[in-house]
Design a protein around this ligand. Structure first.
Ligand SMILES: [Zn+2]
Length: 356
């Protein structure tokens, strides 16, 4: 197994819902502490600083550590747990899925339950069960029972789904690809810049709380004061049945997406063009993605100070914000390659030239 597949596996299997990213942060630290200077801001975003030949420009590459999850909100007398979502969930994909409640006495396994369909009227059965009707069943028989297991309101709940290499070895399946893929991208970029000349300082950043409102992107950008920024993200794959190409353009295996529009960012035009020409120059496959919904950390970072030229590079991913996503490892590798090639030439004159 290639090192980067192993890295993805470790990152994807780690638990880290919004606000509880500790295990992911520890992993990033373990991978980068021997080759970078590590700092952690007061909200918990991890910043790995890799020196090049020049102090400036300061190049930020952000991948968010948090995954969508749940939080214990209320424990019923009957021992069933009510929850609130952390991040955007589609009610349809939640039912009957396994979860882990991260209690003070360790991990407690459970399942998301609801009223059984056998007891619903034919009309009711046609409707999607709403999240507010669901609960987590940990096999407890009373609220006292739940308490004894070390669970209280505020505890995070993580989905259970283990990383799998599919029959075609480049196809990878797992939870939390949004956005552990981005974390793996900046880790690999920094590793591959070892012993390579680059006229800048690179900051690989694992941000916290992206899924609940791009929060870690704000504090980590304040910490770094970047001159230019990339968000390493997933992009919505549109290559499954029922999706028109005009709705979502990204296809697995066709290279990283250069995101020309999303709900939070119109990228810096010159940075966008520089990225495209770098990909063409090095024969790196790439595609374009344009949508008006959704946002990424770059949406917050580009508004830092008087503005930071920013761009999103996305690894096409199917079924994000569910228990299982699917990516093509080749797209990941090409996203890493593209960023490495850009960073090798991104000097202060080039960054000054990005200004409108
Ligand atoms: Zn994301």
């Amino acid at each position: 197994m290639s090192d980067s597949v192993q890295l993805l596996e470790e990152l994807v299997n780690a638990s880290g819902v919004s606000g509880f990213e500790g295990p992911v942060r520890d992993l990033i630290k373990r991978h980068l502490e021997s080759i970078t200077n590590i700092e952690i801001d007061n909200l918990g975003s991890i910043i790995a600083q890799k020196e090049g030949s020049d102090e400036k420009p300061r190049v930020m590459i952000a991948g968010h550590m948090d995954e969508v999850g749940l939080m214990v909100s209320h424990i019923g007398k009957d021992g069933f747990i009510k929850f609130q979502p952390l991040g955007g969930w589609w009610d349809q994909v939640m039912l009957a899925q396994r979860v882990t409640v991260m209690g003070s006495k360790g991990e407690v396994p459970g399942v998301i339950g609801s009223k059984p369909p056998h007891l619903l009227s034919p009309e009711e059965r046609k409707k999607v069960v709403e999240m507010k009707e669901m609960f987590v069943d940990i096999g407890a028989s009373s609220d006292e029972d739940v308490k004894k297991m070390g669970i209280k309101p505020g505890d995070p709940i993580v989905v259970v789904s283990s990383f799998t290499r599919m029959r075609k070895e480049n196809m990878l399946m797992g939870k939390a690809l949004d956005d552990r893929v981005g974390c793996a991208v900046f880790i690999e970029v920094i590793k591959r810049l070892q012993g390579v000349d680059h006229p800048n300082t690179v900051f690989g950043v694992g941000t916290v709380q992206e899924e609940v409102g791009l929060r870690g992107a704000k504090t980590s950008a304040d910490f770094i004061n970047p001159d230019v920024a990339f968000a390493a993200e997933v992009s919505i794959a549109g290559d499954t049945p029922g999706v028109a190409e005009s709705e979502a353009q990204a296809r697995l295996g066709k290279g990283p997406s250069i995101v020309v529009l999303d709900g939070s960012l119109i990228p810096n035009t010159k940075l966008r063009d520089l990225t495209v020409s770098t990909a063409e120059e090095h024969g790196i496959p790439h595609q374009f993605q344009a949508g008006i919904r959704g946002g990424t950390d770059a949406g917050r970072i580009h508004l830092h100070g008087i503005g930071v030229p920013s761009l999103v590079i996305g690894v096409p991913t199917r079924y994000i914000h569910s228990h299982v996503g699917v990516i093509d490892h080749n797209d990941f590798e090409n996203a890493v390659k593209l960023l490495v090639e850009i960073i090798k030439k991104l000097d202060i004159n080039m960054v000054n030239g990005l200004r409108p």
